[in-house]
Write a protein that binds this ligand. Sequence first.
Ligand code: NDP
Length: 455
Amino acid sequence: MADQTTTLLILGASGDLTRRLLLPGLGTLLREETDRRVRVLGADRLELSEEDWQGRVRDSLAEAEVPEEVAEPVVRAATYLRTDLLERDQLQALLDAVDEPVVLYFALPPAVTIKVCALLEELTVPEGTRLALEKPFGDSLETARELNRQLLRVVPEGDIFRIDHFLGVNTILNLIGIRFANRLLQPIWSAEHIEKVDICYDETLALEGRAGYYDHAGALMDMIQSHLLEVLAFFAMEAPATMHAEEIRGLKAQALRATQPWGHDPAAASRRARYVAGELGDRTVPDYAAEEGVDPSRQTETLAQLTVQLDNARWAGVPFRLRSGKALGTATKQVVVTFRAPSHVPHGLTDTPDPDRLVLELKPGSVSLDLSMNAEGDPFELEQKELTAELGKARMLPYGEILGAILDGNPLLTIRGDEAEELWRIVEPVLDAWQADEVPLEEYAAGSAGPDGWV
Ligand code: NDP
């Protein structure tokens, strides 16, 4: 951790992300790392007094139970500058007002972020400026490439931090530890022993008033194009020699470069569906298409599934099924590894045993291993038993982990430019197939397990 004070300049300081995720994340960071020195500067076009801004910072730090002697200096040093970030002179004045080193955190609508980046190209940015950007990184391979080129005209790649909050989630980072620190698992992490992998993030939450964003994104872009492919990259990457950011990010990019829709057939490899009215717990969820702000003609999917393969020596032939959806009956957030059947089971020992499985629950975190064993009764009759370990509570919120790394200038928990492009390269043919209506938009009732027949 640097001794120096770093300025965190939040662009879009009165927005939803800042309020719900960034400031609470910062709170948990300061609670855990009480000697961290950070100055929180907010900029937005909203008229907001310095006291109001300081009040928001104070509330978030109090909520996170940051000790008062740690919180108060941060709160008192917090500054707010009302700025229209699309006005060149106002943006330059803002940049002139910050102390170095500074992290410019783009908590802005994506279209505004792109315009502000274009302005930055023409302005003088402080030496050593870091740029922290929220997804989406473009909306296609071409726009992701263009955004990357644009960002590189402002600062070098090492100072660009593309954020995916899944990279700050302890149960996902646990994939690295569990894979590479266990003799038991390390040698069997390949197509030779693994039959298939399922990465699932099903939510019971429905649209919850987020049509403005979600109806333009859908489940494939919102979850699979970003978060779940990043989980896949951690799962499938080759072994790093160190935990150095460039090494890990290089290995993740390598895994993503090998990734293709199953059978190189994006239409056959994918499915999509949208929820209709149904009962979810004790409430009735309306048709997605009837939700306020939804344009039904967009055909936005609320459940998506994409099976991919990795064309490399380790994973050839193993299907990785990525699935995520909303308004489902059960919240299933897990990575399930199904192992191949044993090469031979002694005749007379048992019927064909169920395959061994390793289940990594992402929320709440746990790891369980399903093994066949003789549990009770007939000593030669096996049954499958589950060995489970609960993972401890995360020390801080994902945004706290990520902010801490960015403030330290460590890109380990963020996405490199080439990775961001690969994520689009994998998904774009699927979106094209959907747009060409090569994949039907199925239906499922809210509160159900999804359309019939999906595996
Ligand atoms: P919001 O619209 O809630 O916040 C954006 C803020 O930027 C608003 O306060 C807006 O002001 C302000 N703003 C817009 N234009 C300008 C301008 N020209 N000058 C100054 N301020 C301006 O968006 P979110 O916080 O929801 O999202 C921000 C980013 O974070 C997006 O990229 C989103 O994809 C990403 N994200 C958001 C998540 C969330 O849960 N909210 C989760 C993960 C990522 P005004 O209200 O006046 O327009």
